[in-house]
Each structure stands twice: as structure tokens, then as C-alpha cells.
Design a protein around this ligand. Structure first.
Ligand code: SAH
Length: 389
């Protein structure tokens, strides 16, 4: 089967040419190779519709010529390990509404003669754009990233975009003059705060019945339909009781802990990124949840600095690099009854299970396919103490 994707050089998806059922079988096979030593790996829970799930899309802008050799602006992604932008006007996994807005923006740049920013010469204006959608609310947040703080033509651009796309609820201007591989500039490092050009500067989405605020930089899972399945799986496996204290480690903006808060006595969240902690606290307040507290810090250090913290249940969702020994050893000493490990990196999950299985037995290994068409797969593992009831 050939790939239905017209832009395979983008390199984002490696499995588009394979039927979805076969993608799931292939992911299952790889996870079994890595994790079977710890127990049976259940077949991955797949998505009903494996297309157009991504709620965040980004593009880089570049100068090009049309078929009549006239100068135009294109937007796309860098070809692997190069500075060449491959134009992209459609994608199998991205939200279609976000793609339509991006294509309008790209055409408007040509029409209004807003030049793309060239990172080598440091000339031009628009460098990148990011669009996020609240899948449940239909709200769109567009972030325009320029190479310098100057943004000539921005007023007319915003007016034209809003006229063509009334579904855009907010537009933000971000500055990124650095060559770090990041799409959005760091407000502190660049000294240029994001400027709201229209709307509130954020959108809302609904997940597991709760409402979350999403700003341009905050971490939010990119597949909202898959996330609900993932969280429901993790919370069901946590088997929470009304008297339990739940520790939500690596909690991001608090989505897992807040979704679980009605099933337990209290939730304690810990997270390294201060912006995410602020969002988590605001999310608790907005949803009128009073039994959740969020703390900023490294998860391992937090355990060491709070020797009295003895959670009944731990849900941990570390980044792809996995957890670390200070945290895992502290868990083995503190001995919560159950641990639910949510992982997006099966290699580091296998590594970390080696430590946890000194004190815990693995009950369930349930993969959830959050990233159809790509080789990635989430995995939820439930562990209980050897001597627990
Ligand atoms: N559970 C959240 C976030 C998962 S992503 C969700 O489902 O949305 C992993 C999170 O771990 C990120 O927010 C990252 O900032 C945080 N993190 C990374 N290293 C950490 C550490 N050493 N201690 C605490 N949090 C960390």
C-alpha cells in the first residue's frame, strides 16, 4: 500500500502506508519485546478514527516562487536535518480547521507582502505560526512568531484573518530570534513578553468533564480523544478509594489529578515547570475542586523534602526520558499501595520497572495508542505492593 500522505518527506509519521489495524499489531509486537518480562502486554486500545487527531499544529515560513516565478510565501516543516522548508498544505493527523486557518495565513502573507523571517540573514518578519484548538469547545488560538519584535502589517493581518475565520477566538504575538529548534520564543530569555493581539490570549478545552485553560506555551496532550481514554484507563487501574491520598507526579497542568479528584480524599500534584503549576492551581479553582494541591519541584527532591508524605496511590506520568532513581527509590521506601505508571517512552518504562519491581508486582500492562500513523505509543502499567491487601 502506498502512503495516502502527500508530504512524506516531512518525516512526522512513519506508518501512514500501513492499515491502522496493522499499525496496532506492530506497536503491540514491539511493546511485547520490551515489556513481556514483566507480564502480559495487552493489545493496544486503538482510536475509533485514527486521523486528524492533533489539536496543535506548527509551521515554519519561507520564501519561494510560484509556477510563474513570482515570489510567494510558503509554510511547512524543515526537511530532516536541513534548513529547507517543505511546504505543507494538508496533513492526515492534524485538525482540519487548524490547517484551513494556516493555509489562509500563508496566502495572506503573500498577498499582504509580509515577508518570511530568514534566520540566517535575520531579515523578514514572520518566522513560525502555531495553532491550537479546543476540540470540545471549537475555540482556536493562533500564535504568530516573528524573528524580531517589529511586526509591520500585523493590524491588517489580524483583521483579515478574523474576517475569514470567525472561529479564531484569540491571536497572540510571540518573538523568537534564537536558533534553538524551538517554535515559540522563551519570554524570559528573549525579554519580549507575548502580546495579545486579539481575544484573551488563551482558549479552553473540556477533558473528562472538566474545563482547562490552554495558553500558547502550556503543555497539553496533543490528542484529546485519546487522552480521555488514557486518563480513564489510568484512573480505573488506580482503583481509588474515598479515603485515599493520591500523588500525581509529573502532573503538568494537573489534568490527571483533577480528573481523579472526585474518586479520592485528596490529590497532591508535583511538577517542575512553574507555568504548568500555576495553570494547575488555576484549573483546580476554575473547576471548583478544593481537595487538590499543586507544588513546584523535581519529583525526586519533593519526595525527599517531604518525608511525611505517604500517598496511598501514585500516578506518575514522566516525560519520554522516564523517571530517575531518587524518585523511584523514594517510592519503594514510601510504599504507596498502588502505582500507575503512564509512559510515552517504552524503553525508559522498561528501565524504571526494573527498580519498581523490587517492591512491586506488575498487575496490568495496557498500551493506549495516542499517536496513530507514528511509531509512538503510550503505555499504562499498574503495579501493587507484594504484601498489599
Ligand atoms: N501528566 C501531565 C503531564 C505529562 S508530561 C499530562 O498528562 O498532561 C510530563 C511532565 O513532567 C511535564 O509537564 C514536565 O514539565 C514534567 N517534568 C519533567 N521533569 C520533571 C521532574 N524532574 N520533576 C517533576 N516534573 C517533571
Amino acid at each position: 500500500m502506498s502512503s495516502p500522505c502527500p508530504h512524506t518527506a516531512c518525516g512526522g509519521c512513519s506508518m501512514t502506508a500501513i492499515p491502522y489495524e496493522q499499525q496496532l499489531a506492530e506497536k503491540h509486537r514491539k511493546l511485547k519485546q520490551l515489556l513481556s518480562a514483566y507480564g502480559e502486554v495487552l493489545p493496544p486500545i486503538g482510536m475509533e478514527d485514527p486521523y486528524h487527531y492533533r489539536n496543535k499544529i506548527t509551521r515554519t515560513f519561507a520564501a519561494a516562487r510560484d509556477e510563474k516565478k513570482r515570489p510567494i510565501t510558503v509554510s511547512g516543516t524543515y526537511a530532516a536535518e536541513t534548513r529547507r522548508v517543505i511546504p505543507i498544505d494538508s496533513c492526515l493527523i492534524e485538525d482540519p480547521g487548524a490547517q484551513r486557518i494556516m493555509n489562509t495565513l500563508t496566502a495572506l502573507c503573500t498577498k499582504m507582502k509580509i515577508p518570511p523571517y530568514d534566520v540566517r540573514t535575520k531579515n523578514g518578519v514572520l518566522r513560525h505560526a502555531q495553532i491550537r484548538v479546543g476540540a470540545a469547545t471549537g475555540e482556536y488560538l493562533l500564535t504568530l512568531v516573528t524573528g524580531t519584535p517589529q511586526f509591520p502589517g500585523r493590524g491588517n493581518l489580524v483583521t483579515a484573518l478574523r474576517k475569514e475565520h470567525p472561529e479564531i477566538t484569540s491571536i497572540v504575538h510571540n518573538v523568537n530570534g534564537f536558533d534553538t529548534g524551538m517554535i515559540l520564543g522563551d519570554e524570559k530569555r528573549s525579554g519580549h513578553e507575548n502580546r495579545v493581539l486579539f481575544g484573551s490570549g488563551a482558549i479552553r478545552d473540556t477533558l473528562c468533564g472538566l474545563s482547562f485553560r490552554i495558553s500558547p506555551q502550556s503543555f497539553y496532550q496533543v490528542n484529546p480523544r485519546g487522552t480521555e481514554i488514557l486518563y480513564k484507563t489510568a484512573i480505573a487501574l488506580a482503583d481509588l478509594r474515598p479515603t485515599d491520598t493520591l500523588l500525581d507526579a509529573y502532573c503538568g497542568i494537573g489534568t490527571i489529578g483533577l480528573s481523579a479528584s472526585s474518586h479520592c480524599r485528596r490529590v497532591i500534584g508535583v511538577e517542575l515547570n512553574p507555568d504548568a503549576v500555576r495553570d494547575a492551581i488555576a484549573n483546580a479553582k476554575h473547576n471548583k475542586i478544593t481537595n487538590a494541591r499543586f507544588y513546584r519541584g523535581d519529583a525526586g527532591k519533593f519526595m525527599l523534602e517531604n518525608p511525611d508524605l505517604t500517598p496511598d496511590v501514585l500516578i506518575m506520568d514522566p516525560p519520554r526520558g522516564g523517571s530517575d532513581l531518587p524518585f523511584l527509590n523514594a517510592v519503594c521506601r514510601r510504599k504507596p499501595n498502588r502505582v500507575v505508571y503512564v509512559s510515552c517512552g517504552p524503553d525508559t518504562l522498561a528501565r524504571d520497572l526494573k527498580t519498581l519491581t523490587k517492591e512491586y508486582r506488575v498487575d496490568t500492562i495496557q498500551p493506549v495508542d495516542m499517536f496513530p500513523m507514528t511509531e509512538h505509543c503510550e503505555c499504562v502499567v499498574r503495579l501493587s505492593r507484594y504484601n498489599s491487601k
